[in-house]
Design a protein around this ligand. Structure first.
Ligand code: SAM
Length: 258
């Protein structure tokens, strides 16, 4: 099937937040969540023969690990050139193909990939159904799609973001698609065997620098006073020693019928 070129209107649409402006902070502070990586590898059934696409790959944290651990053929797509520059500069990211582009237009041939996935991206995609239809097109029969995101519950419980910066809860509830919407959109695009999985990762937080430098996009969306208040509280509590935190992610899997 020929790939339709972007319309003039689509060309003009920019991501809702421009990650070019905080690519350095992102690269420094945002790392993979180990249970998410494990689920992508195992449920995605990735091996050296696999062809994998990460949409909204950013600085390439997940793709670099997947490539190193499996030797799969890996492609990363993102609209923010500065995020991709960070990915390209990573000496461990050998052999990964980095492409500039948006989720709504996957400029790849039909039936090319075994796995197409996003991590922390679905709330930035303006036409998710188009994205899922594109994912369906570029997947091989039997290939899998995975959306890694925050559910409504996670948005309200993520530590320390929700606990120290509670103003992020309303901001994130407003901009993230609900789990119900994501399930319905995947089904509407024709995916089968749609399943949800929650990944929980307890970790020790030693340093508030990622929150001071706003490496989390919702910290750019709350007012400055709320951010300062939360940061002061977090810094004060960390003076007493490292803090046990919990990261949670929802993974929604679907499959293209064989
Ligand atoms: C929170 S970052 C996640 C990066 C990476 N997936 C990770 O987990 O480290 C969100 C990424 O989505 C990208 N993005 C924003 N709008 C997009 C769109 N419409 N299509 C694809 N990617 C998009 C941003 O440029 C940014 O790199």
């Amino acid at each position: 099937m020929a790939i339709a070129p972007l319309t003039e209107r689509e060309e003009k649409v920019k991501p809702r937040q421009d990650f070019n402006t905080f690519a350095d902070e992102y690269a420094q502070f945002r790392k993979i969540d180990p249970p998410v990586l494990e689920d992508l590898l195992t449920r995605g059934n990735i091996n050296a023969e696999s062809v994998v696409l990460e949409v909204g790959c950013g600085t390439g944290n997940y793709l670099t690990e997947i490539s190193a651990r499996t030797h799969a053929l890996c492609y990363g797509l993102d609209p923010a050139e500065k995020m991709l520059s960070q990915a390209r500069a990573n000496p461990h990211a050998n052999g990964i193909q980095w492409r500039i582009g948006y989720a709504r237009h996957l400029d790849f041939p039909d039936e090319m990939f075994d796995l197409v996935y996003t991590v922390d991206v679905s709330h930035h995609i303006q036409h998710r159904l188009t994205y899922y239809q594109e994912a369906m097109r570029v997947l091989k029969p039997g290939g899998k799609v995975c959306t890694v995101t925050d559910s409504e519950w996670i948005i309200s419980h993520r530590e320390p973001l929700a606990t120290y910066f509670p103003e992020t809860i309303a901001v994130n509830l407003a901009r993230y698609p609900t789990t119900h919407e994501l399930l319905a959109e995947k089904a509407a695009a024709g995916f089968v065997n749609i399943v949800e999985k929650m990944a929980e990762y307890p970790y020790m937080l030693y340093d508030p620098a990622g929150y001071r430098q706003k490496a989390y996009s919702s910290l750019h969306l709350i007012d400055e006073a709320a951010w300062r208040r939360g940061l002061a509280h977090l810094e004060a509590d960390l003076q007493n020693g490292p803090m046990l935190c919990h990261s949670y992610y929802l993974l929604i899997w679907g499959e293209k019928a064989a």
